[in-house]
Design a protein around this ligand. Structure first.
Ligand code: PMV
Length: 315
């Protein structure tokens, strides 16, 4: 049997950074996917192939000796082989159209798709178990991962996420479309998070006030989403961007992209850690953005919210 699973990437609509301090964040799954194809094999090895390379590893190997680019997938395969008392190996092929290292949840989507595809080889498609395994796998390379990216990749749609309370799905019939602009400026999430921590330590009162303002903004944004009020959602995004500027995670390049794109969309902001990475702008489905898309020097992606999350198939 060949098992195939497909899982979406993500954007953060509201609340990045503030979520680290137990405030809410709103995330959306996007229609860009990681696809993992897996099969049981007759060898003792775990075979992994992706655009980053190929490897064949003895299944008893210590996972911390394995290159980071393969480690989460080895972890998933090894766990499921052992749990199901399977005495042979597994082959895993990872494909993805989610840009890597851009804050669009590529690594989480690959972990979710791998956990779903391999679990299905053992006839298990329980979403909760797949999510737990995907988060565990991601933690082998990003120990501080909050799990929010994997959660939205499993369940799809738009979720509200809070560290302590977990997640809830936002029920909305509306269709949301975004233009993603990749600044192609490399950023390191952990460094930006650390900088914000220092900012918070030095400016406790300012930070505390920003957290409450962000909370109020999220309540307003959620109401606007339920009412399909694109103009108001766009304004909330622009306001969220101002808060991100105040905590020091924006820069001139990102600001110039935002200034340009907000002229032709409802509103724009950084998505994720900032200091580089991607900008998201809320658009109307039939907005003609071709002039911008064809003339900008940046890579762009037109995406919509993917509502169903991970999907599993047998062939
Ligand atoms: O850049 P991303 O998509 O990995 O998002 C980071 C989001 C932060 O809130 C900055 C950190 C976190 O762990 O939530």
């Amino acid at each position: 049997m060949t098992s195939i699973a497909k899982s979406p990437g993500k954007i953060i609509l509201f609340g990045e950074h503030f979520v680290v301090y137990d405030n809410r964040a709103i995330l959306g799954a996007i229609d860009k996917y990681a696809t993992v194809t897996s099969e049981k094999t007759n060898t003792d090895n775990i075979l992994i192939s992706s655009s980053l390379g190929k490897t064949s590893i003895q299944k008893d190997e210590d996972e911390y000796k394995i290159e980071k680019k393969f480690r989460p997938f080895f972890h998933i395969a090894k766990q499921l082989i052992s749990k199901n008392n399977f005495n042979k190996g597994i082959s895993i092929k990872i494909e993805s159209d989610i840009p890597i290292g851009a804050g669009l949840g590529s690594s989480s989507a690959c972990c979710v798709a791998a956990a779903a595809s391999i679990s299905n080889l053992f006839n298990n498609t329980d979403e909760k178990e797949i999510l737990e395994l995907a988060i565990q796998a991601e933690k082998t390379i990003f120990p501080n991962s909050s799990g929010a990216d994997c959660t939205v990749s499993v369940y799809g749609g738009i979720i509200e996420y809070q560290r302590e309370r977990g997640f809830s799905k936002i029920n909305t019939e509306s269709e949301f479309n975004f233009l993603i602009i990749n600044s192609e400026q490399v950023h390191a999430t952990n460094k930006v998070v650390e900088r914000v921590r220092k900012f918070k330590e030095k400016n406790e009162d300012v930070f505390f006030k920003l957290c409450s303002e962000e909370e109020r903004l999220i309540t307003k944004a959620l109401d606007s989403m339920k009412n399909n009020d694109l103009e108001m959602i766009g304004k909330c995004m622009a306001q969220n961007q101002i808060f991100l500027e105040q905590i020091g995670v924006s820069n001139d390049k990102l600001l110039s992209i935002i200034k340009e794109i907000e002229k032709i969309t409802f509103g724009a902001k950084i998505t994720g850690a900032g200091d580089g990475g991607c900008i998201i702008a809320l658009t109307q489905k039939d907005n003609d953005l071709s002039e911008y898309v064809n003339t900008t020097k940046y890579q762009t992606h037109q995406v919509s919210i993917q509502k169903i999350g991970m999907q599993v198939f047998n062939t």
